[in-house]
Design a protein around this ligand. Structure first.
Ligand SMILES: [Zn+2]
Length: 247
């Protein structure tokens, strides 16, 4: 293939812009904020699940508390009625009196037991409420962190998009100056060679594969016509001769 030396040199500018585009695209894909947002989303899901469990527990405890209080009330009302009967003097049979007294005593024991249950449920409620408050605090914290990571991500994306736009414009301008056949070869080679299709020959070394050329290769390049598109023997990339090629 033949191409004007100026066009060959222009390929190196194109290569530089393409490398910049690759770097920018890679940076866009691997922004640390992507991972941070994902991690915080997972944390928020976990915290909200735990919060839902505590809230269910609190509703159950509230039901339990109401039932325990009702039980206490029932026993208290019955004990009061028995006490009134006892004090009214209407019960005169010693046997009946004894049974009434024993029921009052047993109701008092029962009431005390039920009151202990009320206290115990209350303690569990307080405990669950404290856990809920802690979880709510953690959720709020994770939400704030997520929002700030998301904002940072948006800023980075916008910045990189700007750089990509301006690099893409530069690329279009340079590519427009290069003949189609040379551009086609460069693009094919770029695809096959990890994004590098053209490299300069500098001080006897191919800048694509970083290898020194042999004396025979250098001799061949020295005698090649300036408009001949030369290739690196080792990596097969387009090898562009420049003023400091060492030929
Ligand atoms: Zn090479």
């Amino acid at each position: 293939m033949r191409a004007e030396p100026d066009h060959q040199v222009r390929l190196l500018d194109l290569q530089e812009v393409d490398a910049e585009l690759d770097r920018l695209n890679h940076r866009m894909r691997t922004l640390p904020e992507h991972e941070q947002v994902q991690r915080l989303d997972a944390r928020l899901t976990e915290l909200r699940d735990r919060l839902a469990v505590v809230e269910t527990e609190l509703r159950d405890l509230e039901r339990e508390q109401r039932k325990a209080e009702r039980d206490v009330e029932q026993v208290r009302v019955r004990a009061e009625r028995d006490t009134r009967r006892l004090e009214s003097g209407q019960v005169s049979s010693p046997k009946e009196l004894e049974s009434l007294q024993s029921e009052i005593a047993s109701l008092a024991r029962r009431q005390s037991e039920l009151e202990d249950i009320v206290l115990e449920v209350m303690e569990r409620q307080e405990n669950a409420e404290a856990r809920r408050a802690e979880l709510e605090r953690e959720v709020a914290e994770a939400e704030a962190e997520r929002e700030s990571a998301d904002n940072r991500r948006s800023e980075s994306v916008l910045r990189i998009r700007d750089e990509l736009d301006s690099a893409a414009q530069r690329r279009a301008r340079i590519a427009g100056e290069i003949p189609a056949d040379l551009l086609g070869l460069y693009e094919k080679l770029r695809e096959q060679n990890a994004g590098v299709g053209a490299a300069a020959l500098r001080y006897g070394r191919c800048e694509g594969c970083k290898l020194e050329l042999s004396t025979a290769e250098l001799r061949e390049l020295r005698t090649a016509e300036p408009d001949e598109v030369t290739r690196c023997e080792n990596c097969r990339r387009i090898l562009v001769r420049v003023p400091d090629s060492g030929l």
